[in-house]
Design a protein around this ligand. Sequence first.
Ligand code: DCP
Ligand code: MG
Length: 430
Amino acid sequence: MSVLVIVIYSDYKRLLGKIAINKNANCKYEGVVKQLRYELSLKKIMNMPLRRIAHLDMDAFYASVELTRYPELRGQPVVIAGRDEHKPVMKSDGCKHFFRLRDYSGRGVITTATYEARALGISSAMSVMKAAQLAPDAFLLPVDFDIYRHYSRLFKAAVTTIAGPIEDSGIDEIYLDLSNLEEDSLTLAHRIKGAVKNATGLTCSIGITPNKLLSKICSDLEKPNGLTILQQSDIPARIWPLSVSKISGIGPKAAKKLAFLGITTIAELAQADIGLLQNHFGRSYSVWLHEASHGIDRRPVITHAEPKSISRETTFERDLHPRNDRLALSKVFTILCTQVAEDLKHKGYIGRTISIKLRFEDFHTITRDFTLTTHTADPIIIHRAGRECLRRVTLKKKLRLLGIKASALISTHSTNQTSTCLQQELPFTF
Ligand code: DCP
Ligand code: MG
């Protein structure tokens, strides 16, 4: 056995091939093969500089923000999903009346829920009506994006004071490259958590590992208020037992396809035959799947990413008919265009390609683009471009969703084009 190991270590890639050929003969060295595959992947990344990457994700973000203004709901099952009409009402005795899930009727979906509500089976993206069946007495609060954006800015600024520039990867999550900081990971994590708590009153969960892929998995392992610090060598024990769906980039469709191949855990994916994967997923995704399962991810933390597009969309309470509900539709269309224009101005961008997105009652979804001759953040020009897109769609079926997007963005800080394009009457290409 010891001789075998020496040989293997001298040329393990070739030997792995040989052992794999004998696989069907119930290879007695299966354990060694597994370990070697892992060693091989370790070797691949050993040539890379060792990094220390953190992923931070706020706990039950929208719900936790709401609890800062309604502290009397702490410890209760609370769901964030309602419309404005579900705002708490002040009663004559000075107490607030909160709505419950059983008061809701409509087609909305849940954005998030407190951990107490999750214990009752409620989760993000579940329909509110379904949640109401599970927990009719849970509290219901409407969504208020402005306050979530405010808290998002607060926690991101607080982290920056400790860890420097961040990669903004969503309203409640960021990546940090801690490689050049001197303090140990545990101390840094506690300082970051303290700064977030001071700035917002909220808790977050942090994963610290050699790369973004592993850190994203780890920030979720001990939620809420979690902290997971992991080395590459911890992968077999901590990562491999998890479901493949824990890997960001393996969505429900891919997970289902993998399950069909008998692969449900990351360990099974790590041991899967790459040829088999390629037959079902194509070459590049299979290589990525293989590397991801071995905890390999070379992506840098990008601290100055420019947004590719800015968009707004809305799902209607009931499906709207293009002709019979024309007034309501054009009102929503105007509001969306105005919101996109405001978002562009607020974030300091102007866009050149305007797109519409339509989802019909049968869930069929289409998009149409229109490219202007100059960049803009003007709601009227965005509206006209959007209407140009609409003219290219046959509108017969009822609509479920409408969206507007501005892309091909440039920053107004790097150009003085805004004033020029605002003066133009109709900057369309014909
Ligand atoms: N969100 C949403 N719709 C979804 C998922 C999330 O609107 N389907 C919103 C509400 C969440 C926020 O995005 O508060 C952040 O999403 P997360 O997935 O990080 O979920 P939470 O922060 O709510 O909970 P967790 O503690 O699991 O991170
Ligand atoms: Mg979160």
